[in-house]
Design a protein around this ligand. Structure first.
Ligand SMILES: [Ca+2]
Ligand SMILES: [Ca+2]
Length: 485
């Protein structure tokens, strides 16, 4: 009989963390910038080609009524990565570096790192890849092509309207910048980000990993290789359902200047085509990362989360871009897969992105920090048909403007007192504001006062200013770390 190698065992115990860290699941989060609910399996846009996002749903659960905590990048990301809602932290806009409001010790990657995870980030996870706090990450390689709109503006020393050979075809729709690039996938920085995530997935480590990959498309500018535009001939493009009089029942509602410009130009389909091309480009990069995970030894013990950071209007309600509190700006894909998660599930319970932190901590078997807001969606991951717990999705847009989304209703309350109410059981595009006198016939039979008070209890009780948040959460006046001017 061979002697038991005690000296080796002692040595190993000294090197390996003692916790059951080895039993904790790995985590892969892919955050897709400005990806609204136009993924094929959600059915809102039936032309979009997203095979990789769709196939992930076959091995996991997709949430069909998922909404962002805030409808622009910075507050959305700060919220789901720190567990603090915008109204709690005071991070409302893109101009605020979240680190100047929320100090060290709150962010999810930092928590996981302190609990023994290897934490790796690449691409845009917080508002920009520059707004990272080094204590949160073991490794955060900087994309040499850049991680944001300025640097991702690709190779384009020369371009023409018509596109001479080897040059981009470049044009606008409204003020939206579009380019059909002559190069391959690697001509956009997301290719590099995905490759970095793939390399990180391939490494063997003695501890679980948290790998987060920010994919920047379909964020503007809508510049991707021409082959993605070729998938969507302009004359085949369908416009989303809309009404010319849609804003008549919205307090202060009027078409955006950009929408009027796009109508005047006749460039609505051009814009949709470019957004679809960018979504498919992003889907291909996501597919590369998912393929790498599938082929890796980590495939069976890694939780995968793919989410958009908020929605995007493409002319619905005569509006373009993100911001605001309507369905198009709040709803995003939210897909989970991995050990203990049902396969092929469609979960229709209303959820918001605050669930990310709470759920990942629970699935990792870690204590939930007291500051973390949001409901764990673990019951829906195990059983997508589990009864809804009644907590609506909540979206905040700037100071004290909020929107509640339940299984049936959307209730908006603006800080000037304006309110809107939509019934999704009959009005999926939010055409009929039931609180407008113009829709009295439609709202007859609904006890509006009672409904408003039932839904209104879910609006935040606290709405902090940015300064109040910074005082409470210890934001740094001059954050450490890479912070390019
Ligand atoms: Ca975004
Ligand atoms: Ca309307």
């Amino acid at each position: 009989m061979r002697p038991f190698p005690y000296p080796c065992l002692v040595l190993l115990l000294g090197l390996v963390p003692l916790l059951p860290a080895a039993e904790r699941p790995n985590i892969l989060v892919i955050a897709v910038d400005d990806l609204n609910h136009w993924v094929n399996h959600l059915g809102r846009n039936t032309q979009v080609i997203t095979p990789n996002l769709d196939r992930l749903t076959a091995r996991g659960v997709t949430f069909t009524n998922a909404h962002t905590a805030s409808s622009v990048c910075n507050p959305s990301r700060a919220a789901f990565l720190t567990g603090l809602r915008p109204s709690t932290s005071g991070v409302y806009g893109n101009a605020t570096d979240w680190r100047t409001v929320i100090g060290d010790g709150y962010a999810l990657p930092g928590l996981l790192r302190r609990q023994g995870y290897y934490t790796f980030g690449v691409g845009k996870l917080f508002h920009t890849a520059r707004h990272i706090r080094p204590s949160d990450w073991d490794d955060y390689p900087q994309n040499p092509r850049g991680d944001d709109s300025i640097a991702q503006n690709e190779n384009s020393n020369a371009s023409t309207e018509r596109g001479a050979p080897g040059q981009a075809v470049r044009y606008t729709a409204g003020d939206l910048s579009i380019a059909e690039l002559p190069g391959g996938d690697e001509s956009v920085g997301d290719y590099w980000s995905a490759s970095a995530a793939i390399s990180a997935l391939a490494e063997q480590r003695d501890r679980p990993f948290f790998i987060a990959c920010g994919i920047f498309r379909p964020h503007l500018p809508w510049h991707v290789p021409q082959k993605y535009f070729d998938l969507y001939p302009e004359d085949s493009i369908h416009l989303p359902p809309y009404r010319d009089d849609d804003l008549a029942d919205v307090p202060g509602g009027k078409p955006s200047e950009e929408h009027l410009k796009i109508l005047k130009e006749g460039s609505w389909k051009k814009a949709i085509r470019a957004y679809l091309a960018c979504i498919t480009y992003a889907d291909v990069q996501i597919g590369r990362v998912l393929d790498a995970l599938e082929k890796s030894p980590h495939r069976d013990n890694t939780i995968v989360v793919v989410l958009g950071d908020h929605g995007w209007h493409l002319g619905e309600k005569q509006k373009w871009r993100k911001t605001g509190l309507w369905e198009e700006a709040t709803r995003m894909p939210y897909i989970w897969a991995g050990p203990g998660i049902a396969r092929g599930g469609r979960a229709s319970q209303p959820v918001d992105t605050m669930s990310l932190y709470a759920t990942l901590v629970e699935l990792a078997g870690l204590p939930r920090p007291v500051h973390v807001e949001g409901v764990s969606i673990t019951p829906y991951l195990r059983d997508p048909a589990a009864p809804w717990d009644g907590t609506p999705a909540l979206t905040t847009w700037q100071f004290n403007n909020h929107s509640i989304r339940t299984d049936r209703w959307r209730y908006l309350r603006w800080n000037n007192g304006n309110e809107e109410l939509y019934d999704h059981s009959v009005d999926p595009y939010e055409w009929h504001n039931l609180l407008s006198p113009l829709n009295a016939e439609r709202s007859a039979g609904i006890n509006l006062d009672q409904l408003k008070s039932e839904l209104g209890v879910f609006f935040p009780k606290i709405n902090r200013t940015t300064e109040e948040g910074a005082r409470l959460y210890g934001g740094e006046q001059k954050p450490a770390g890479r912070n390019r001017p």
